[in-house]
Design a protein around this ligand. Structure first.
Ligand SMILES: Cc1cc2nc3c(=O)[nH]c(=O)nc-3n(C[C@H](O)[C@H](O)[C@H](O)COP(=O)(O)OP(=O)(O)OC[C@H]3O[C@@H](n4cnc5c(N)ncnc54)[C@H](O)[C@@H]3O)c2cc1C
Length: 372
């Protein structure tokens, strides 16, 4: 990983390279995209607004050999497959990026605007720097800044009408003798749905006593709280409710409901999280794309398409984006090639991305009781 700072940053590609990309966002989609682009011979500069503290994330399903597939190397270090915590996946992808000499990563850098002309594309940061490359890729999530330049007429993901409460409990915090679930659980109770995931421990261990239980509780009954707290405004999801932002009264209600609604071990996992005030309330957003590229700008991951988590497909779709983009740019992005390559990327991914979000929308409309 290289590091450089100046007012006007130009991502110089190597003489033997196939061009350069600026990737905005270093979460799962951004990291996978950078690895795939690097493997295709593109030099990558990554820009991330956060310092990685206070990151939150649910669980995602990882296919076997993911890191090897992304890097093309077999010695990349193990990323266990199956359902894994966001933190495990992020940590391993991040380590692979740091080990990659073609990728340069800048943190605490917020992109406020992107632009392009006939010869290049660029990202302007809030501290006044400009990062330039042959292409700019937005991997900046459901409230993407890059999307505003790619699709100005369809720039915002919209609130789906419900939230998910998320929590993670360590096995040792559960009552002694708790029966460990063998598989992912799907439970319904009244107008709520609970998904529960048995997960390895933070260090990847699957030994008894070291594992974790993750849970996601779909709740359509607290939209007033989301609006009062500013999490949702004008039908747009602004932010999640985290730990201390959740009113004590809501924690008490969740604990009471958990006792009534959910069986062990999920009830116990939820009660552990409500006791510790370690719950996140994420309002669900959805976005059906009309386009994935415009000139030298492209979108991947949640910047490109936001399905409800009920589809379980956001991570897999981000991987497909990264691989399709790398295939499309394999002949390089120098000069005029960039625009044709990104048009090819859009052609490969747009239909699948639209139908993935649309299929989730049918669930959302039913669950939230919304029309249209
Ligand atoms: C509650 C929940 C549960 C989910 N469950 C599943 C599941 O079970 N299975 C599944 O496959 N998927 C699931 N997903 C979706 C999945 O996590 C995402 O699709 C996937 O991780 C890709 O996210 P991303 O990297 O595109 O976006 P994000 O994770 O949102 O990352 C965007 C990144 O861009 C950075 N950024 C944003 N704006 C700027 C800026 N202006 N300048 C610089 N940096 C910026 C952010 O700090 C962040 O690091 C779930 C999502 C949620 C919300």
């Amino acid at each position: 990983m290289k590091c450089a700072i100046s007012r006007q940053e130009v991502t110089e590609s190597r003489a033997d390279g196939r061009g350069s990309a600026v990737v905005v966002g270093t979460s799962l989609a951004g990291l996978m995209t950078a690895l795939c682009l690097s493997r295709a011979g593109i030099d990558v500069t990554m820009l991330e607004r956060s310092d990685d503290s206070g990151r939150t994330g649910a669980a995602v399903h990882v296919g076997e050999g993911l890191l090897e597939r992304l890097t093309g190397r077999s010695e990349t270090g193990a990323l266990p497959h199956g359902v894994q915590t966001w933190f495990t996946v992020h940590g391993r992808l991040r380590a692979a990026v740091e080990a990659d000499g073609r990728i340069e990563l800048h943190q605490n850098v917020r992109v406020r605007d992107v632009g392009q002309d006939d010869g290049s594309a660029w990202a302007v940061t809030s501290d006044g720097r400009t990062f330039r490359g042959d292409i700019v890729v937005g991997a900046d999530g459901h409230r993407s800044t890059v999307r505003r330049a790619v699709c100005p007429d369809n720039a915002d993901a919209t609130f789906a009408g419900y939230l998910i409460w998320l929590g993670l409990t360590e096995e040792w915090a559960l009552p002694p003798g708790t029966r460990w679930p063998g598989d992912v659980a799907y439970l319904e109770s009244g107008d709520c749905i609970l998904l529960g995931y048995p997960l390895p421990g933070p260090d990847g261990s699957t030994a008894m006593g070291t594992r974790q239980l993750g849970w996601a509780w779909y709740d359509r009954g607290r939209n007033d709280l989301l609006r009062r707290s500013g999490c949702v405004a004008d039908d747009i999801v602004r932010h999640s409710l985290t730990g201390a932002d959740i009113p004590d009264q809501t924690y008490r209600e969740l604990a009471d409901e958990a006792r009534r609604r959910w069986p062990s071990p999920w009830r116990d996992a939820i009660l552990d999280c409500t006791d510790r005030h370690a719950v996140i309330g994420t309002p669900i957003a959805e976005y059906v794309p009309d386009s994935l590229a415009m000139g030298r700008l492209a979108l991947v991951g949640d910047a490109a398409h936001v399905p409800t988590p009920m589809t379980g497909s956001g991570f897999g779709a981000s991987l497909s984006d990264a691989e399709a983009l790398a295939d499309a740019v394999r002949a390089g992005v120098r000069g005029d090639r960039a625009v044709a390559a990104l048009r090819d990327y859009e052609r490969r991914r747009l239909t699948a991305a639209r139908s993935m979000v649309e299929s989730g929308r049918q669930f959302s409309r039913r669950f939230a009781g919304r029309r249209g």
